[in-house]
Design a binder for this molecule. Structure first.
Ligand code: GLU
Length: 314
């Protein structure tokens, strides 16, 4: 049975407005601490070309670590499976910015969705160029995926993180000591902080994620990645997309998702939907409190899960 997404979105927005516990807005990046926690947005791009959205779905927010999905896609396009010589594919079970694990693992980060892994991916995407070239490429890629030319970087957020990102500097320097970061650390981080500071609305983010619901195809025709690569990226989102709460997210929501400390989550129902939710307040694991709740409710109401048996006609 086709779920009535308009009704479900309306109900979810009403339910989220009633929630008292909205989590805490990230403050370790000072610019993010200024965001009003009362906001909530949701957008669902479906495989049959519809876009259902509600709440603050048109307000731009800092995508932060959701950018790691697009950065990984670009890097795999550049170096293919060689990427896995430098980054693992296992859930970390540790916080997003953990430094201790790196020492045990000789500078090879657990997966591309923790900060250390994303910094290596950024190093790959730099490919000997200046950060502005790599950042320009990333912006063009995201605009092409979303079909929206207005997507841009919030320079104030990038500057705020550049001024305070000491932990990421430590991670990058540490990996440089193992030669797993190959460019000068300031160039890699310049690129990394800017990609995290890309600003998108839920509507734009849901549109940008469509290739992952379409087995790697671009909705406008042609292919972004092969079906195998799209499935692998989804697998990593399911197992590693929510840091040390990835298991809990898979248990509660049951679909691949990637969160960011800006409060956004991109979630994919293969063959059915690309979903973006946003609410700036985070839970103790650094994932959007209301965003996670909303996705849990959406999955419950629609029956969407990567663990459900195929429906007739699938
Ligand atoms: N720019 C953030 C950082 O590196 C991203 C973290 C996140 O979104 O989880 O700390």
């Amino acid at each position: 049975m086709t779920p009535d997404l308009d009704a479900i979105v309306t109900d979810i927005i009403a339910a989220m407005a009633q929630e008292d516990d909205r989590g805490t807005v990230a403050s370790y990046i000072p610019e993010l601490a200024k965001v009003d926690p009362a906001q909530f947005g949701i957008a669902i791009a479906t495989a049959d070309g519809r876009l259902i959205s509600g709440g603050d779905a048109d307000i731009g927010f800092s995508i932060q670590s959701v950018s790691k999905v697009f950065a990984l896609t670009l890097a795999l396009g550049k170096v293919g499976d060689q990427l896995w010589d430098r980054v693992g594919r296992e859930p970390s079970g540790n916080a997003f910015n953990s430094i201790t694990q790196l020492e045990h693992e000789q500078g090879i980060p657990r997966n591309p969705f923790i900060n250390a892994g994303a910094i290596v991916v950024t190093d790959i995407n730099l490919g000997g160029h200046q950060p502005r070239v790599a950042i320009g490429e990333m912006l063009r890629f995201i605009r092409y995926l979303a079909g929206e030319d207005t997507i841009a970087i919030n320079e104030a957020v990038a500057a705020s993180e550049t001024a305070t990102g000491f932990r990421n500097m430590a991670l990058a320097n540490y990996m440089r000591a193992f030669n797993n970061v190959r460019h000068p650390v300031e160039l890699v981080l310049g690129s990394y902080f800017h990609q995290c500071a890309i600003e998108m609305s839920c509507r734009q983010l849901a549109l940008a994620g469509r290739y992952l619901m379409l087995d790697g195809g671009h909705p406008g025709g042609g292919r972004v990645v092969s079906p195998r690569r799209a499935r692998r990226i989804n697998a990593l989102m399911l197992t590693c997309g929510h840091y040390d709460a990835s298991g809990d997210f898979a248990f509660r929501v049951g679909i691949p998702g990637k969160s960011g400390v800006g409060g956004g989550i991109l979630a994919i129902v293969p063959g059915r939907a690309s979903i973006a939710v946003w609410s700036p307040g985070l839970n103790t694991s650094g994932n959007s409190q209301l965003g996670t709740l909303a996705l849990e409710e959406l999955a419950r109401r629609t029956g969407w899960s990567v663990f459900s048996p195929p429906e007739e006609g699938d």
